[in-house]
Each structure stands twice: as structure tokens, then as C-alpha cells.
Design a protein around this ligand. Structure first.
Ligand code: SF4
Length: 250
């Protein structure tokens, strides 16, 4: 077993041990609730659970209010983002339990995220906006290496990269094409954008949105007429609307 696997399997085993210990401790405290120490620990646990409930409750209510009013609450932005990210795996689990398709939940998460980003009503100059496109948008037969330099695209019309290049030029935004998360992170480091318009599939968009932390990311789903990761497509109107929204403030 390689070291990397050992670390993860070890952590899994540790988590299982922690869970079993917590359940045993709770059981012990409930059975021996007359002992003073048990009462103190039970009260402390109740306070922690109540505190978490208040924090998560506030976060969820803030998200609902922001969506309802179409307006961000700046002081609660970090809390809403954190609560949304922490609860995300739980929502997936609940969704699976209720028979809701995973892709539907991911799309919905992206929609909520886009709404919250737009509610911030940011006004950004073009050079601070980065359009991040996936490599699979490029025509598979195109011989030009556009991930290194987008200027290598000849705008021949065989795929949407050329059109995206024109859009980026029109709005003075930065267009980058990434083959994956590592290259995307490298581009973010280099360009230091204040807003990102990311094009990808549901899974990549969600992990990208969560990876970038407080950086506002508007996610646009690609179309996959030939299946995943091959000659994909994008609705340019959606990209244009996101560019306008970032430049004019929502
Ligand atoms: S538009 Fe650009 S990237 Fe797409 S096929 Fe033509 S040259 Fe290649």
C-alpha cells in the first residue's frame, strides 16, 4: 500500500474510532446522568449543539433572505458561504435518500451560488474579470495549443473558443482555457481576478466554486452533445450576460 493510501485509510479508521468513542461516551453519560461530571459534560455538549444550531440556522436564514430580497448582506457573506459549503455533503446525502438526482442538486447549488454572487452587485473593470473555459470546448481536431496562449486560436468558427475570445476582447476581460483544476488555480494566481466566469460541467463547477473560497465565481454549465469532455458547447448569451452583470453591478 502506498503512503498516500495509508494516510487516508488511517484517517478513515481514526474517524471511525472517534465516532464509536463519541457514541459510547454519550451512552455512558445518559446511563450515569446522576454523576455531577456527567451532568457538566452533558450541559457542555448541549451548549455546543445549540451554538452550532444557531450558527447554521442563521446562515440558512441569511441565504433565504438574500435570495428573497435579491440583495447580499455583506456582514453575513462569509457565514453563508461557510454554512453552504459545510452543509453541501449533507444535502447530497439527504437528496440521495429522497431519490433526487445528484446532477439536479449540483445544478441547483450552482444556481444559488450565482444568485448570491450577483446579489453582491460587484462593479469590476474588464481586466479583473476572468473567463475560465474548459479544454473540451475546443474542437478536438484543432491543432492549436490554446491552453498556453489563447492567441494561438485562429477564430476559425469550428468551436466556441473563437467566439469567447471575441467576447473577452469586447469586454476587455481575460480568457483562459484550462485542462483541469491545477491549471485553473495557476491562472487564478497569475491573473488575480476579482470575479470569475467559469464554464464547466456540474461536478467541476461545484468543486471550482468551493475551491476558490471567497472569490466570486459565476458558474455556467456547458452543453455536452457528444457526451462528457468531448467537443462540448456553451451558450454564449449566458457568458455575455455574466460579463455585463460583473461590469455593471448585477
Ligand atoms: S475556433 Fe480556435 S480553438 Fe476552435 S477550432 Fe478554431 S482555431 Fe481551434
Amino acid at each position: 500500500m502506498k503512503i498516500k493510501k495509508r494516510v487516508y485509510v488511517g484517517l478513515l479508521g481514526g474517524s471511525l474510532l472517534f465516532l464509536i468513542s463519541a457514541i459510547l461516551l454519550l451512552w455512558y453519560l445518559m446511563v450515569n446522568h446522576n454523576i455531577v461530571l456527567s451532568q457538566v459534560i452533558l450541559i457542555a455538549l448541549t451548549i455546543i449543539v445549540a451554538g452550532l444550531f444557531v450558527v447554521f440556522g442563521t446562515g440558512i436564514i441569511a441565504i433565504i433572505i438574500m435570495i428573497f430580497k435579491s440583495k447580499s448582506i455583506p456582514s453575513l457573506e462569509i457565514l453563508t458561504k461557510t454554512v453552504s459549503d459545510i452543509l453541501f455533503p449533507i444535502t447530497l446525502m439527504v437528496g440521495r435518500f429522497l431519490g433526487v438526482q445528484k446532477e439536479k442538486i449540483l445544478s441547483s447549488y450552482i444556481e444559488v451560488n450565482n444568485f448570491l454572487v450577483m446579489a453582491k452587485k460587484l462593479v469590476l473593470p474588464g481586466e479583473q474579470i476572468m473567463i475560465l473555459a474548459p479544454h473540451c470546448l475546443q474542437n478536438a481536431d484543432c491543432p492549436f495549443k490554446i491552453t498556453i496562449n489563447i492567441e494561438n486560436c485562429r477564430e476559425c468558427g469550428k468551436c466556441k473558443i473563437g467566439e469567447l475570445k471575441k467576447l473577452a476582447r469586447e469586454y476587455n476581460a481575460v480568457l483562459k482555457v484550462a485542462t483541469g483544476g491545477t491549471l485553473a488555480r495557476k491562472f487564478i494566481k497569475e491573473v488575480k481576478p476579482k470575479g470569475i466566469i467559469a464554464i464547466a460541467c456540474e461536478r467541476d463547477l461545484v468543486s471550482g466554486i468551493q475551491d476558490t473560497g471567497s472569490l466570486p465565481v459565476v458558474g455556467i454549465l456547458n452543453n455536452r452533445p457528444f457526451g462528457p469532455c468531448y467537443n462540448t458547447d456553451v451558450d454564449l448569451e449566458l457568458v455575455k450576460n455574466a460579463l455585463i452583470a460583473f461590469k455593471k453591478g448585477g
